[in-house]
Design a protein around this ligand. Sequence first.
Ligand code: NAP
Length: 516
Amino acid sequence: MGLILYKNEPYLDWSDLANVEAMRAALHEVSSHLGESYPLVIGGKRVETEDEIVSVNPANPSQVVGRVAAASEREADMALETATKAFESWSRTVPEARARVLLRAAAIMRRRKFEMLAWEVHEGGKPWAEADAQFAEAIDFLEYYAREMLRLKDGVEIYSVPGEESRYFYQPMGVGVIIAPWNFPTAILTGMSSAAIVAGNTIILKPSEFTSVLGAKTMEIFEEAGAPEGIVNFLPGYGSEIGDHLVKDARTRFISFTGSMKTGLRINELAASQIENQRWVKRVITEMGGKDAMIIDDSADLDAAAADIVASAYGYAGQKCSAASRAILHSDVHDEVLQKVVEKARALKIGVPESPDVNMGPVISEPQFEKVMSYIRLGKNEGERLLGDDPGDPERGYFVPPTLFEVKPDARVAREEIFGPVLSVIEARDFDDALRIANDNPYGLTGGVYSKNRDHLELARHELNAGNVYFNRKITGALVGVQPFGGFGMSGTDSKAGGPDYLPLHMLAKTVVERF
Ligand code: NAP
């Protein structure tokens, strides 16, 4: 199968008026489809449900983006049954044909790019550039995993002893339950799903309740790309209602989850107990939260550091697992960096992301708004608030202004994942102290160091406890194939999405030895 070399999908240039016009047209077109209904898709058939998820625009909660069917345990069973049957043929379909489905899906995503970005603006509350970056990542996952499957399709080289031939190759696992979060509603959903199916598995695809319409749109793309019926089964629903059922079922072979630590650990626990008729140890791939730190030492370029702290902390309103939620500043540069960060954060434009010049939109939902606000109330007691006004009425949009607290390292706002535009600034005596503070947390997802001191960078290269470490740049925006992504500690199983070790997590490796 001849394929051009992999390269990342370029981001749109918003200084090009043609792109701005295309985006405006897409927003207009999509707005005429708001409020439509989307059924489940099981074995290629549309299935209506009694219950429904009403998905709203977080920048304007009175606007219904779509009504999405909400599966119950009954439909979850149908999906498990269908995926189990479909596995028989899909697992025997040649890897090239499976890869072609991904490549076609990538082409369709490119064609539907502006439309999909417009849905993201409406349902995810994403500013244009953020929407574009996460959609480019979805395309990258498809292109990258298609190539990865072709690289791995005949197995990998091992040694043989004289008189024998040893072979080592991969085979599909079975039915996978794919459970996605809302913050990268097409990228993570597409990445987890495409890796699972290209490896020959069949899946049940459960999007987040808050971005179920984007889930339905992604499902449309898989169907248009020619994924045979029953390979991808679209099962939106409330995690609290169908999650346990899907995870516990004996037909489930593996669970690929991205979301909070709390849910991830529950899934891990439930998946570990064997139930009647279960014939395998379930595999759990779980990528969870973070409390990511940026260390700024006394040799750093302070302007660049401050700009990247602001970008990492407040991009998509801090709702990235990779977001900087702690800035650990060397005492010699503490005041200067702090002042620059506050200045730059004040310049951010907050508003409804339908406008092209908005830097920061709302948080995703009312529960998220309430959670972030409760941490802001806590932070006021734990330290000094140096940035952040009181928010407006959440009924008019879940907007939380960029907020910054100066706190001690043991403050809860500096230790727990808030998942909103709240940055904790901590002063460190020296670089070793900064490294110690950064590592003194159960999470270990991303982390960064701003420094011109080679010794400091080399120390952090090995000692900073994070799956993704960045030097002298922002700590968000991982690129598929370039910055494989996954966390240490309580941030997850370090699956490294978008990297060379990811696909084998979805397959069984088999050793076959023949004596001549
Ligand atoms: P969440 O509340 O844990 O939900 C994630 C998914 O799990 C949703 O689809 C949710 O469904 C489902 N779910 C809820 N309860 C479940 C249960 N008992 N069994 C099975 N599934 C269940 O997380 P979130 O708020 O969507 O996402 C934000 C979190 O994701 C943050 O902690 C963030 O750091 C993390 N995240 C991590 C990464 C990474 O790569 N490490 C990337 C992105 C996000 P409902 O929507 O219906 O509740």
